[in-house]
Design a protein around this ligand. Structure first.
Ligand code: FES
Length: 161
């Protein structure tokens, strides 16, 4: 991925090049690229005068950061105990089959990333699947096609505008 050096520098400058703003800067970079490209981390390292290894340490510590490219749509399947006993493993398997990728990966066209999570804190409505921050309650294998279609459709609608 090509990183716009000036853009990264201006994101950092928003925080007056302050080292203590590192997490906010990483959040802004991730919001822009959907992950943390290595080149962007190198620019951050030079600008803030923080060793690259320390920045990578922070980026790997927080689950919300990703060093791997993510898809346009993030599919998260809850695999916590309550969702697990209500069939989450079969739901995750079906997403893997439909998207043709293992959990933790991104489709080759860059459309979807698939992840699992321990518990989303809303066990009563499980099994829960979250796509781009939207919660899908009591998910069943039958609902998976319509969930995916909805996000594929959004794309088409936006293209048509
Ligand atoms: S176990 Fe899935 S929301 Fe808690």
């Amino acid at each position: 991925m090509n990183v716009d050096t000036e853009r990264i520098k201006s994101l950092i400058a928003k925080y007056n090049n302050q080292q203590h703003a590192l997490i906010s800067i990483l959040q802004d970079i991730q919001a822009e690229y959907h992950y943390l490209p290595k080149e962007a981390l190198e620019i951050t390292s030079q600008t803030l005068n923080i060793p690259l290894i320390d920045i990578i340490g922070v980026a790997t510590f927080y689950r919300s950061f990703s060093l791997k490219p993510k898809g346009k749509h993030q599919v998260v399947v809850c695999m916590g105990t309550a969702c697990h006993v209500r069939g989450a493993p079969k739901i995750l398997e079906e997403f893997e089959r439909k998207l043709n990728i293992p959990c933790g990966d991104t489709t080759p066209d860059g459309e979807f990333s698939l992840e699992s999570v321990a518990c989303l804190g809303c066990c009563a409505i499980g099994p829960v699947v979250v796509v781009d921050g939207n919660y899908h309650a009591q998910t069943t294998i039958r609902k998976i096609d319509s969930i995916l279609k909805k996000y594929k459709k959004k794309e088409k609608d936006n293209d048509g505008k």
